[in-house]
Structure formats: C-alpha cells, structure tokens
Design a protein around this ligand. Structure first.
Ligand SMILES: Nc1ncnc2c1ncn2[C@@H]1O[C@H](C[S@+](CC[C@H]([NH3+])C(=O)[O-])CC(=O)[O-])[C@@H](O)[C@H]1O
Ligand SMILES: O=C(O)C(=O)Cc1ccccc1
Length: 246
C-alpha cells in the first residue's frame, strides 16, 4: 500500500521549542493531507499542469519535476497524457519522499516512463527538457541560490520549452501583505487547523520557506532569458507562473 496518508497533526501539541520544518518521515506520512489543507489552489494547479503539458510539451519530450515530493505532478501528467507522450524525471532531496514516490509510480502508472532521483536540484546535471516544473520548491532554496538554479534551468530548456513555477509569495506593500497573510490563516482555520498549529508551523518555517515577491520572480526569470512570463494563477499569497523560452 503506497497511498496510506494520515491527517496532519504535527503541530497540534504545544512545544517548548519549535524545531525548523523538515521533510522527514513524520511529514511524509501526512504530506498529502498537509499540502491539500495548507496550499490554496493546490489541486487546481495540478489539474492545470496536465493541461499546460498537453499544450506545450513537445510529443515525447522530457519533463523535470523538481522537488517532486510524493510525485503529484508526475501523476497529474500521467493521468492526462499517454505513456509515449513524455518521459519524466522527478527529483527530491528527501529519502523518505523518494522512496514513497517510486513505489507510487510503479504501482499506479507502470507504463509511463517516470524515474525518481534522490538529489539536490542545485547539483543535478540537467539534460535537455521540454518542460520543467518547480511546484512550491524554489521557496525552500536559500535566496542566494535561486538565480543560479533558474539560469541552469533556462539553459536546459529546449527552444519552445516552458518553466512552471508555483510559489508562496510575499507582497511588497506591508498592508497588502498583512491582509493576504491574515486571510491565509483564515483559509487554514477553515481547513481545520487551530491557532496553535498555525502559529507553530509559522515559527517552524521561519528561515526555511523564504518567499519572494511576484515582481522578484518575474525579474529573475526575465534576467535568465525567458522571453515571456505570465502569472496564470493566484489565490491569496500563493501563485503560479509560466515562463516561455523562445
Ligand atoms: N535542494 C533541494 N533539492 C531537491 N529537493 C528539494 C530541495 N529543497 C527542498 N526540496 C524538496 O522540495 C519539496 C517541497 S514540497 C513540493 C510539493 C510537490 N512539488 C507537489 O506538487 O506535491 C512543497 C511544500 O511542502 O510546500 C520537498 O519534498 C523537499 O524535500
Ligand atoms: O503551511 C504553510 O504555512 C505553508 O506555507 C505551506 C506549506 C505546505 C507544506 C509544507 C510546508 C509549507
């Protein structure tokens, strides 16, 4: 059984000291529930990734899913496209994530050509790709490492290729940001998280998940050489962009 998933109860008890958030076994065990209840629009983004792939991916082209966690992006593409339509490499640094993602793909879509690599996306030797997805992963890299990775991904993309970048974002205007964060906390409360869980998770993510502004993302993508960048989705302080390489 590869799809066992528990309810996220990681921050339900008060802690004397909240440790930094990490993608360990406990998080992996409840990850599908955590991400669904914590990321506004997560399911809609996955559904649209299938449609974006159907439109933009060269037939038989290669896809990278960077920070693939349990493989949700690969599963969305495999649900939308035939096995001969693409090959995919999912990459994640967390051994617990990689182990479960591999089991899921061999159980659920053995015909699709999907491999999972345990590696740091900053150090991977990229082969030419038609589509690259960073679905809520760049935000976990040290801010100083982000530009070099985007440059590397631009170089790996074939002409006509696309990069999809989904991120938690911060608004430059303090009042706007405060409103978005408050409504995001309402979103989490409505999804069953208590004030204590919300507050302890926020502490655990400090200096671990460091969001950029949408403007910073667009500027970085343009600097790397992408000819067009479109924010195609935003729900509160979560957004997804698509960048096109000519
Ligand atoms: N340097 C790194 N190299 C490789 N992996 C990394 C690195 N840093 C973090 N990760 C991995 O990036 C993933 C981020 S989760 C992505 C969700 C998924 N995309 C989804 O669509 O379900 C987002 C979230 O939990 O908010 C984790 O699995 C980390 O181990
Ligand atoms: O829960 C949060 O506060 C988030 O920002 C989203 C999230 C989801 C899963 C792991 C880490 C962060």
């Amino acid at each position: 059984m590869t799809d066992a998933s528990y309810r996220d109860a990681i921050f339900t008890t008060p802690l004397d000291r909240v440790a930094s958030f990490s993608f360990d076994e406990r998080v992996v065990a409840c990850f599908p529930d955590m991400i669904r209840r914590s990321v506004p629009g997560y399911g809609q983004i996955l559904g649209m990734l299938g449609e974006i792939a159907a439109r933009h991916l060269r037939h038989g082209g290669h896809v990278y899913d960077l920070g693939c966690s349990l493989g949700a992006v690969g599963l969305a593409l495999a649900g939308r496209l035939a096995p001969d339509a693409f090959t995919l490499t999912g990459v994640d640094l967390s051994p617990a994530m990689v182990e479960r993602a591999r089991a899921t793909f061999s159980d659920e879509c053995p015909e699709h050509r999907i491999e999972i690599v345990e590696c740091d996306i900053r150090h991977l030797d990229y082969r030419p790709a038609s589509m690259i997805v960073l679905n809520f992963t760049l935000q976990f890299l040290a801010p100083g490492d982000r530009e070099a990775l985007i440059d590397k991904l631009f170089a790996a993309l074939e002409p006509g290729g696309v990069l999809v970048l989904s991120e938690k974002i911060v608004a430059a205007d303090e009042q706007e940001n405060a409103w978005l964060v408050e409504r995001y906390h309402d979103f989490k409360r409505a999804n069953g998280y208590s004030d204590m869980e919300i507050s302890q998770k926020r502490t655990a993510l400090e200096n671990v998940l460091v969001p950029d502004t949408l403007e910073a993302h667009h500027a970085r993508l343009s600097r790397a050489g992408f000819s067009r960048v479109t924010t195609w989705f935003q729900y509160l302080n979560f957004a997804s962009m698509i960048a096109f390489k000519d």
